[in-house]
Design a protein around this ligand. Structure first.
Ligand SMILES: C[S@@+](CC[C@H](N)C(=O)[O-])C[C@H]1O[C@@H](n2cnc3c(N)ncnc32)[C@H](O)[C@@H]1O
Length: 623
């Protein structure tokens, strides 16, 4: 008996001898099982059809903290049984615990880091505490949703409550002046739009956007543009109450200060908003922004009285707009940080050597050499130009032609059709201009949509369509996933494709460079990385979430190439064919590692087992 598997036993059949019947006969045959190569180890991943902003660092993520789940960790921290926080991760390859920080210095720095709260998180904390009070359970729930320790949440809440009380005290005298009948009129426009401002994504037009997060800076319009807007001439009266009906002399005799005092803060703000949108057109302003609140005549009187000369600064919102205008180039995804935390960040950047070493295995197109210059892709931030972008426009200066160019396309008529809101539905106003700009940008109303790709093809797809539209509309090729001919898993095209055809998008979690450095240390040890440098602010990490194209392998002689495109203001990575590719061929592109950042395998030519250089294994049957 050579092998237990080759032993077959049974009873002898058809024997006359009863004794023989009970005899066990043993047949023996050797079966050699073919040696099958182990399929590559594989982790599950979540499919994403576009990348997703991930603000939660692994260090706050319970699944990577083998110490304890976050909640338990919190409680232990609370009862002082855990001192400090040592970041320990689970290495799926070696099944061993790794300390993420390579040096004690790192640990000290991480421990010293203070949790930063975004406006949206503050909002959540405020609402929770106002509705449910400060109980341990509430704190626990908040730590799950917001992150951070319970102590941090409690501290933040106390701080928020104190600030709110302070604000309330300052507001009081003004509040007493105005009517209490209408909760909306009681507030300024900015206060009425508070949650809208915080939670609505102006790019994706959804609440609670997972890509851009909350607290985005609104697209702003500068004060000086108000004066340039349309004046009212040659118009017909809009109704009985139209100011055009009133005689000139009556209008001039109006006591402007009396009228001004009858305008409450929300009405004033709505008026100013109307001025921004329609110019000095009291008919439009009254009909669209102040229906039921002010007649056209009243608006006109106000306009020709004090209202017209009141600077935007009278409105907190508009004031903030003008401030925003000075923030061009800043990231709208990132809430304005207190000066303190910025300093802390800068200090973090001083540690360049370390950062570099942990970036060595990242695919990095963002530092792509375009026309001999080392130009990093800059995170896009919509400009504040109202009509066309002039020479000073930061978008043009950064080589980005933004959707703001389409602003003028949003003609008054179009806006009038769309804006028909009541005062208590004021949020709609805020989005109106942005929506139309977005729409104009998306449908490409005769404007250059500026795909923002640096240094090369393809700017246009078939039918003269902008290449970035393929990403926007997700017109990708069918991609198959199968064992690569080179290493691990690979991505393959199902159907033949032509040169410069768009294959699909490299998606994943959108993380900061700092977070990528932390994760990169772990990936580098395993020598497998799904990090893709997107721009000066963000890195895509496809390790846990992504598209099948995350499995495309590297080759110095590739049949595809990756290109960073600007799509509706976001950088996205498209993979395109470098040449004609046959159905079932594996996809390779150049990861473009920097000269001193390449892993050893990237320096060698990629030799396919079946097809020589680069690898051309057919995978027709694979899925
Ligand atoms: C984005 S993943 C590609 C998918 C990977 N093959 C898998 O099985 O998950 C990138 C990693 O694949 C490996 N890789 C990609 N191209 C390679 C090549 N030409 N030679 C060796 N390893 C390669 C490296 O470990 C790299 O960090």
């Amino acid at each position: 008996m050579n092998h237990p598997l080759s032993k077959v036993s049974g009873l002898v059949q058809g024997s006359e001898d009863d004794a023989d019947k009970s005899k066990e006969v043993v047949f023996s045959r050797t079966v050699t099982l073919p040696l099958i190569e182990r399929i590559p180890s594989y982790t599950t991943w979540i499919f994403l059809d576009r990348y997703q902003n991930s603000r939660i660092p692994w260090s706050n993520c319970s699944c990577f903290n083998i110490n304890l789940s976050q909640n338990r960790n919190q409680r232990m921290a609370d009862d002082q049984s855990v001192l400090g926080c040592r970041r320990i991760y689970y290495d799926h390859r070696g099944s061993e615990a790794l300390i993420c920080s390579d040096s004690e210095d790192d640990l000290v720095q991480l421990e010293g880091e203070k949790r930063k709260f975004s406006d949206g998180e503050d909002h959540l904390i405020r609402v929770a505490f106002l509705e449910y009070g400060i109980g341990n359970e509430v704190v626990d729930v908040l730590t799950q949703f917001v992150g951070g320790s319970s102590q941090e949440i409690q501290e933040r809440c106390t701080m928020l409550m104190e600030t709110d009380q302070e604000m309330e005290k300052r507001k009081k005298p003004l509040k007493e002046e105005i009517s209490r009948d209408n909760v909306y009129l009681d507030q300024s426009l900015s206060a009425a739009l508070d949650s809208f401002d915080n939670l609505f994504c102006r790019r994706c037009l959804v609440f609670d956007c997972r890509l851009h997060g909350c607290s985005q800076s609104p697209t702003c319009h500068t004060e000086k543009q108000i004066g340039q807007l349309v004046t009212e001439v040659d118009r017909k009266p809009c109704g009985d109450q139209c100011y055009l009906q009133a005689c000139e002399s009556t209008r001039n005799s109006i006591n402007a200060s009396h009228k001004w005092s009858n305008w409450n803060p929300l009405e004033k703000d709505l008026y100013l908003k109307g001025l921004q949108i329609f110019g000095r057109n009291s008919c439009f302003i009254a009909r669209n922004l102040l229906p039921g609140l002010k007649t056209c005549e009243e608006v006109s009187n106000y306009m020709f009285g004090d209202g017209a000369v009141i600077p935007c600064g009278s409105s907190a919102k508009l004031n903030s707009y003008s401030n925003e205008a000075g923030r061009d180039g800043m990231d709208p995804m990132e809430p304005e940080m207190p000066a303190k935390s910025r300093i802390r960040r800068k200090r973090g950047r001083v540690r360049k050597d370390k950062v570099k070493s942990s970036r060595k295995y990242r695919q990095s197109l963002w530092r792509m050499i375009a026309e001999g210059k080392d130009i990093p892709y800059k995170q896009y931030s919509p400009c504040s130009c109202q009509s066309t972008c002039g020479k000073q426009c930061p978008c043009l200066q950064n080589g980005i032609c933004c959707a703001q160019k389409a602003a003028k396309i949003a003609s008054e008529g179009a806006i009038v059709l769309k804006v028909n809101v009541k005062a208590n539905n004021a949020p709609a106003l805020q989005i109106n201009v942005n929506v139309i700009q977005m729409f104009a940008g998306v449908v490409g109303l005769g404007i250059d949509c500026g795909d923002g790709s640096l240094g090369g093809p393809p700017r246009r797809g078939g039918d003269s369509q902008c290449a970035n539209m393929m990403l926007l509309l997700r017109q990708h090729q069918r991609i198959l996933l199968a064992k690569s001919d080179i290493v691990g898993w690979g991505a393959f095209v199902k159907n033949p494709v032509n040169k410069d055809d768009y294959l699909g998008e490299y998606t994943g979690e959108l993380i900061s460079h700092e977070e990528a450095d932390r994760r990169g240390k772990i990936y580098d040890r395993a020598d497998i990385s799904y990090l893709f440098d997107l721009n000066d602010k963000y890195v895509i990490d496809a390790y846990r979430k992504g598209d099948k194209l995350k499995f495309a392998n590297h080759s110095a002689n590739p049949n595809c190439y990756a290109r960073i495109m600007l799509v509706a203001g976001d950088h996205r990575v498209g993979i395109y064919a470098n040449e004609q590719i046959q159905a079932g061929e594996e996809i390779f592109y150049d990861y473009r590692y920097g000269p001193d950042e390449s892993p050893a395998w990237a320096l060698k030519p990629t030799i396919s087992k079946t097809d020589g250089l680069r690898g051309r294994a057919n995978k027709h049957k694979s899925r």
